[in-house]
Design a protein around this ligand. Structure first.
Ligand SMILES: Cc1cc2nc3c(=O)[nH]c(=O)nc-3n(C[C@H](O)[C@H](O)[C@H](O)COP(=O)(O)OP(=O)(O)OC[C@H]3O[C@@H](n4cnc5c(N)ncnc54)[C@H](O)[C@@H]3O)c2cc1C
Ligand code: FES
Length: 275
């Protein structure tokens, strides 16, 4: 059952300026979390509200889960300063998850900045699910493409361990200091234009800042390319009761409805989002 549990910090590593990779011991989250889901952590006893962080890695055998977060304000600063052995109150895993593409389609993972966090776990899940002999997937379907964007090379955080399963990222940087010169959405457009990515044989999974998600949704719509995006909102409760995290959606009938990012998402069909 999902209720808050104490998660003990095992270690913290600083991986870029203001960006921390942390590992916590908590067996329930470690066993149940899937790519795209998040944990809701109470940074300290004086905090009223939890902070949502994507699950970055899990180890069900060891009973651990990892998060990757950037210090923005008081909550993430407190998390980054936790000492080994200290516990946080952790609720999760929460939200829905990224789903494996339909047969005949290859997964294109597009991450901006820290948006790479849930995509790394998804790349590992795809590797496990699609390489099973019973999956009958072609070589193309079994090999996801990973496109990552950063503002500049010194802020680029490479997802750990993916090289070991043969998934290498192509990079885009706003200033041209790493890989393609431009945004990661422009890199996707470039790879569609030169035929490396075939829209009819692909499905896109994106996570990153909202303007990037809007650009990705628009590009994919132009190419009739299915696209799932993970969205962020501040989340007071995290499990669907406060309505503090709603977004506008439409289903093609001309009417708009509100959906909760915490409960109906955070992963949505981009064609349904009103950006
Ligand atoms: C489903 C989900 C998954 C997330 N995964 C990650 C993750 O893996 N790594 C990570 O670093 N962050 C992630 N976030 C964002 C993270 O929740 C916020 O950065 C965090 O709550 C900020 O808390 P704070 O107390 O440090 O900052 P606050 O003091 O609350 O805010 C500091 C500044 O950050 C802005 N801010 C607050 N929340 C957000 C947000 N959600 N998006 C953009 N700006 C925000 C505020 O407007 C303010 O300007 C995720 C959010 C959601 C909803
Ligand atoms: S955070 Fe309360 S409904 Fe989503």
């Amino acid at each position: 059952m999902n209720h808050p549990r104490p998660a003990a910090l095992l270690w913290t590593r600083q991986v870029a300026r203001d960006v921390f990779h942390q590992r916590f011991a908590e067996p329930y989250i470690a066993r149940h979390a899937r790519a795209g889901q998040f944990v809701h952590l109470l940074p300290g006893t004086r905090h009223l509200f939890r902070r949502a962080l994507s699950v970055y890695a899990t180890d069900a055998k060891a009973g651990t889960f990892d998060v990757l977060h950037q210090v923005l304000g008081e909550g993430t600063r407190c998390l980054s300063q936790l000492k080994k052995g200290q516990t946080v109150d952790a609720l999760g895993p929460l939200g829905n998850q990224f789903l494996v593409p339909d047969p005949g389609r290859r997964a294109i993972l597009v991450g901006g900045g820290l948006g790479m966090a849930p995509l790394r776990l998804f790349a590992l899940e795809l590797n496990q699910k699609l390489t099973k002999r019973s999956s009958r997937r072609t070589a193309l379907e079994r090999t996801p493409i990973l496109l990552l964007g950063t503002r500049t090379s010194s802020l680029a955080i490479a997802p750990f361990e993916l090289g070991g399963i043969g998934i290498r990222a192509s990079w885009a940087s706003d200033d041209g200091s790493r890989g393609f010169h431009g945004t990661v959405v422009a890199l996707l457009a470039d790879q569609i234009a030169d035929g490396r990515i075939v829209p009819e044989q692909s499905v896109v999974y994106g996570c990153g800042p909202e303007p990037m998600m809007a650009g990705l949704a628009s590009l994919c719509a132009q190419h009739h390319l299915p696209c799932w995006v993970s969205l962020e909102r501040s989340m007071p409760c995290g499990y669907g009761v406060c309505m503090g995290c709603v977004i506008r959606t439409q289903n093609g009938t001309g009417y708009e409805t509100f959906k909760r990012v915490c409960r109906d998402g955070p992963v949505f069909d981009s064609a349904q989002i009103v950006f």
